[in-house]
Design a protein around this ligand. Structure first.
Ligand code: ADP
Length: 464
């Protein structure tokens, strides 16, 4: 129960409010008490001043020749201030009290001019003031019962406690509902989110207000779901396409093997042809499996990127050398003109694969007896090394140009298989080349394509 945000927030809010109310109560109580004390003190002082000034005036007008003690005794008897009993002590220790309240009271036990004393069941605040009549010294003691003030103080405590408790209860209820209302969108969102299964990634959370925090969280989760669903969709397509691509060579393998095994008396030449087909198809399958494996590992981030300083023109040269054997089979000439490039940080084997894939396509889709031209040059500002591979192939139709880098995309599957004098791929070569370019911050573009051939350009940024 205490683990819910609703309860936790309410408890935090209540604790804070309790502290504030308690602090406020203590301060208000202290201020009230001090004000009452100050007020009582000044009333006691005023009463004392009244008595002394009366006494001095009486002495000045005295025509009965009374002694100072007699005069004091007379004034104590005559002067009565309501609720303020007082007494006078003469230097000879004579005690004259104006009221019974002060009878038997212990005078100034602490030796301070203001003190509290208990008389019977009552408590008194007592104020002491010295005065002289001629050469005679007296001490005037004025008191006031604290019963009223104590009652006021107790009442104040009760009022504070009751009103504090009432405020806390109302705030607790109000706070709980406020918190509940404010996290209600989150609760609704989690209810919706719990209904989303991996098979149903099309559902999105309802965003009521896209400007508040909860709305923004909903939008972030929705965009995460977008990415998840598109990557899941991509994965599903990948698996479906992969199995589809493997099905054809497997069917050919099986068919050829069945034909070869069906007759015992076939001429040796037929067996050789069948074995040749089995061989070609197994190479074709091995290439597809290898490409699939590369892409799957690339997706999982499992391909190690071994960057080292290298010369791009050397990598291109090596790839051209490797592809010449395939080119020779179609009597295709490869012309190579590569400018020297500054050292480049890259993964040698990945870059070699990139150029091999492009050159393989150039040769694969070029007409026999034609020429493939490979060139490499540094841009004028020396910030880009540009490798162009121009073939004399059939070209790529306009409508297919932006799709050829997609996985498993082949312009014309029949054409690819028919023309594949060399092992034709499954439409993965350019995807792999594109991924390699990406990890090198390079870019592959099909810069031109017509019926007389295509030009693929790879631009490598040179950081110096
Ligand atoms: P594949 O392994 O089938 O060649 P790629 O990903 O390398 O797959 O290429 C995708 C498709 O783009 C190819 O099937 C082909 O139709 C087209 N293509 C790629 N390079 C060329 C080229 N140089 N000339 C003509 N078509 C090309």
């Amino acid at each position: 129960m205490f683990s819910s945000i609703r309860t936790k927030l309410t408890l935090w809010y209540l604790s804070l409010l309790t502290l504030v109310i308690a602090g406020f109560g203590v301060v208000a109580y202290e201020l009230t008490i001090r004000t009452l004390d100050r007020d009582l003190h000044s009333r006691l002082e005023a009463t004392a001043r009244l008595f002394i000034s009366d006494l001095v005036a009486d002495r000045d007008e005295d025509d009965e020749n009374l002694s100072h003690d007699e005069m004091v005794a007379r004034n104590v008897d005559e002067l009565q201030v309501h609720d303020f009993p007082f007494a006078v002590v003469s230097k000879t220790g004579n005690f004259k009290a104006a009221s019974n309240d002060l009878q038997g009271m212990e005078l100034n036990p602490a030796g301070v001019p203001l003190w509290d004393v208990s008389v019977g069941n009552d408590r008194y605040r007592v104020f002491e003031s010295e005065f002289t009549l001629g050469n005679d010294k007296y001490v005037l003691v004025v008191a006031h019962s604290l019963a009223e003030q104590t009652g006021l103080e107790n009442g104040l405590i009760v009022v504070f406690l009751i009103s504090g408790a009432a405020v806390l209860i109302i705030s607790a209820i109000g706070g709980y509902f406020l918190v509940r209302r404010s996290i209600e969108p989150i609760v609704a969102m989690s209810r919706e989110a719990s209904g989303i299964s991996p098979d149903e990634l099309r559902t999105r959370l309802t965003v009521r207000n896209d400007r508040d925090e909860v709305g923004r969280l909903g939008m972030i989760i929705n965009s995460l779901l977008d990415r998840l669903s598109s990557s899941l969709e991509q994965q599903r397509r990948f698996v479906a396409d992969a199995s589809h691509e493997l099905r054809t060579p497997l069917a050919i393998l099986r068919g050829e093997a069945e034909v070869a095994l069906a007759h015992n008396d076939r001429p040796a030449e037929d067996y050789r042809t069948s074995l040749g087909i089995l061989h070609d198809e197994s190479i074709h399958m091995a290439k597809i499996v290898d490409d699939l494996f590369t892409l799957a590992r690339a997706d999982a981030g499992q391909i190690q990127f071994h960057a080292k300083s290298l010369y791009l023109e050397e990598i291109v040269e090596e790839a051209v050398r490797s592809i010449r054997v395939l080119a020779a089979k179609k009597d295709i000439t490869i012309e190579c003109a590569l400018e020297h490039c500054v050292p480049y940080e890259g993964d040698e084997s990945l870059l070699r694969r990139l150029f091999l894939n492009l050159l393989d396509n150039a040769v694969k889709y070029s007409r026999p007896h034609s020429t493939v031209i490979v060139s490499g040059k540094l841009s004028v500002d020396k910030r880009v090394y540009l490798v162009n591979i121009a073939d004399s192939g059939l070209g790529i139709p306009e409508s297919d140009r932006d799709k050829i880098f997609e996985r498993f995309y082949r312009v014309d599957k029949a054409r690819t298989r028919e023309d594949g004098a060399f092992t034709s791929g499954a439409g993965l070569g350019l995807s792999i080349a594109n991924w390699i370019a990406d990890v090198h911050s390079a870019e592959i573009r099909l810069t031109s394509s017509s019926e007389s051939g295509s030009i693929f350009a790879v631009s490598f940024p040179i950081l110096s």
